[in-house]
Design a protein around this ligand. Structure first.
Ligand code: VGL
Ligand code: ZN
Length: 193
């Protein structure tokens, strides 16, 4: 994808969801082809920086014995343990110095799939004058989905860049796209709108 195809507006914010080692092949909760999104994310990050659009990168960051883990009766294998390699951003991701990091999944008593859940991100975005979120990352059917639905509920327009997303399963990925579109998100492969 060439930079000319990237369409961003002044009141956009770029939201890059959980591009972490544990969600890529070789990690603890590998999402099929999860690593293939990294070059796409880098292209959008570069475009946002050149347009002075704020970049938010989120990370899943769990304490040991987090309630989302199998051992605790949750739906997932242990992943993204705080301060481990698996919780780190993929080594090829170009996280800019100016990026705002959003850390979630830190609560001992509940999971936070959405980047908006108990993070205060809504008020931070409102302070920037953000009107539209351009969202991509991992996983499409889990944290991207939850974040997009919350973002729409908070009154933001949302555009999802599907080239920059991969799902845990194809079927729930399709279902997530359907739900996000029904809620008002624009999902497109990647080129300009
Ligand atoms: C995620 C499963 C468990 C995600 C986080 O970031 O999509 N998926 N925790
Ligand atoms: Zn998690």
């Amino acid at each position: 994808m060439s930079p000319e195809n990237i369409s961003l507006q002044d009141s956009d914010a770029l939201l890059v969801v959980d591009p972490q080692n544990d969600f890529c092949p070789g990690g603890a909760l590998p999402i099929p082809q999860g690593d293939q999104v990294i070059p796409v994310l880098n292209t959008w990050i570069r475009a946002a920086l050149s347009r002075r659009i704020p970049v938010y990168c989120s990370r899943d960051f769990h304490p040991r014995e987090h309630p989302s883990f199998w051992e605790q009766g949750g739906p997932w294998p242990q992943h993204c343990l705080q301060d481990t390699w698996g919780a780190g951003f993929h080594p090829d991701l170009e996280v800019p110095e100016q990026a705002h990091l959003v850390t979630k999944g830190v609560r001992f008593d509940m999971d936070q799939n959405s980047v908006f859940q108990e993070t205060g991100l809504t008020s931070r975005l409102e302070r920037d004058g953000t009107k539209r979120l351009v969202v991509m990352g991992l996983a499409l059917d889990v944290c991207v989905r939850a974040s997009v639905l919350d973002g729409l509920n908070s009154g933001f327009e949302v555009r999802v860049i599907l080239d920059g997303c991969r799902a845990v399963t194809e079927e729930s990925g399709r279902e997530a796209i359907r739900e996000m579109e029904e809620a008002g998100a624009i999902c497109s492969s990647g080129a300009s709108t």
